[in-house]
Design a protein around this ligand. Structure first.
Ligand code: SR1
Ligand code: MG
Length: 407
């Protein structure tokens, strides 16, 4: 009998006991310490390290409700999806995700590689750090994990069995509500709008009926287009980074959905970093230099994704009709259309919804925050309404710059 034979939510001391009993990582003589370091909205993340060696491990455990709010009652099984997906992504995109050591079904926890030599990308961007390899790494991650799990590449029965394995209704429901619905009607009454923008948001989002129809179309696309095994929450807080290494974490929202959902999330969150830099860097030369680097990165993510996607299609497509000339480019154009729409949705929901991003909330000057939010939402509305017109990195940047000029 072990105290870990029945599920309970562990504290730091209990995680040390857990690690000693269940993981074969530390020596008998290890002097273990543990700290809860999670800053996400759902789970608990413990770092355990040995004062007598350089060994360490991360233990991530799911609770029965979301950390951000008890409103969200969730099955703790979500950590199984995360663990399975990380392992699959490790095969499809080697070196771009942490190594999983153990998944524990009883305790609903997953033990994995400690990435403490990396930093969370969102925080690093807020501190105006640059990562010249990020666009290359993240575009490879997305092409490999997304295209290689589609019907273009996988035998169709195999793909359908993966669709079944990764049914994720509770976390999808969170996205359906928070991303696709509430930003436009606040129907659960939990939006959190910056007071100085409330009137503007009411007009631009809550009263724009044309926008609501587009949101409805996109919500149904998200719920029904089982295109690829997507990460489902690929924002800059889901990326650990250092100069020569990028690791994507937290795929608990993974399911078979539209490829553009992941690509659009990356673009939107780089735009948040841009809006933060634009609002907070006082020195003009430094501000222009840093925003220019972010613009280059945004364009590179889109353009490298496009280029690598077509190349990977050539190398890996197995479906006979997928090899018909022109189908690859048509398919990619629909992915870019979805990317634009999702970039718009993510920009909108993180600005007015329940779950904010620090890039915006950390802008202390109220007028600058007002402007940053309006830039994000104006660009977002274009990305959603004109989504068919976005194909290249330059297309995405033009809209951002137009929105910035207007405010
Ligand atoms: C209740 S969870 C709120 C948000 O946090 C996660 O990171 C997802 O983005 C989700 O929408
Ligand atoms: Mg997360």
């Amino acid at each position: 009998m072990s105290k870990f034979d029945t599920y309970f939510l562990m504290n730091a001391e209990e995680v040390v006991e857990y690690v000693k009993e269940k993981l074969d990582i530390f020596d008998q003589a290890a002097d273990l310490q543990c700290k809860e370091i999670g800053d996400g909205n759902l789970n608990y993340v413990f770092r355990v390290w040995d004062n007598n060696s350089d060994k360490s491990v991360i233990v991530k455990q799911a609770g029965a409700t979301a950390r951000i709010s008890d409103d969200f009652k969730l099955s703790t099984e979500r950590i199984k999806i995360e663990s399975d997906v990380l392992q699959l992504e490790g095969v499809l995109a080697p070196g771009l995700v942490p190594i999983v050591y153990k998944y524990d079904d009883t305790m609903s926890c997953c033990s994995m590689e400690d990435l403490s030599d990396h930093v969370i990308l969102r925080q690093a961007l807020i501190e105006h750090q640059r990562f010249p390899l990020f666009a290359d790494h993240i575009s490879t991650f997305m092409v490999n994990t997304l295209l290689l799990t589609t019907d273009v590449v996988l035998e169709h029965k195999k793909k359908k069995s993966l669709v079944k394995n990764y049914i994720n209704p509770e976390l999808c429901e969170i996205t359906e509500d928070l991303v696709f619905t509430e930003p436009f009607n606040n129907y659960n009454n939990r939006n959190d709008v910056f007071p100085l923008n409330l009137e503007w948001v009411t007009k631009e989002l809550y009263e724009d009926k044309e926008l609501h129809v587009e949101a409805a179309k996109l919500k149904f696309e998200f719920m029904t287009n089982a295109q690829a095994l997507i990460h489902g929450d690929l924002h800059t807080g889901s990326v650990f980074i250092k100069s020569d290494s990028t690791k994507v974490i937290d795929p608990e929202f993974a399911f078979y959905g539209p490829i553009g959902y992941d690509v659009g999330n990356v673009i939107a969150n780089l735009i948040f970093a841009w809006a933060n830099a634009d609002a907070t860097i006082e020195d003009e030369e430094e501000r222009l230099s840093y925003t220019a680097w972010l613009e280059k990165t945004i364009a590179e993510v889109v353009d490298m994704f496009n280029e690598k996607f077509l190349q990977a299609w050539k190398e890996h497509a197995t479906e006979i009709l997928a090899k018909e000339e022109g189908f690859d480019k048509w398919y990619l154009s629909t992915v870019m259309r979805d990317t634009a729409a999702v970039a718009g949705l993510e920009l909108t929901r993180r600005t007015v919804g329940l779950a904010h991003v620090k890039d915006i909330t950390a802008i202390a000057d109220e007028q600058k925050r007002l402007r940053a939010e309006r830039i994000c939402i104006s660009a977002a509305k274009n990305y959603i309404k004109q989504r068919e017109t976005y194909q290249t990195g330059a297309d995405f940047l033009n809209t951002l710059k137009e929105a910035a000029k207007a405010y």
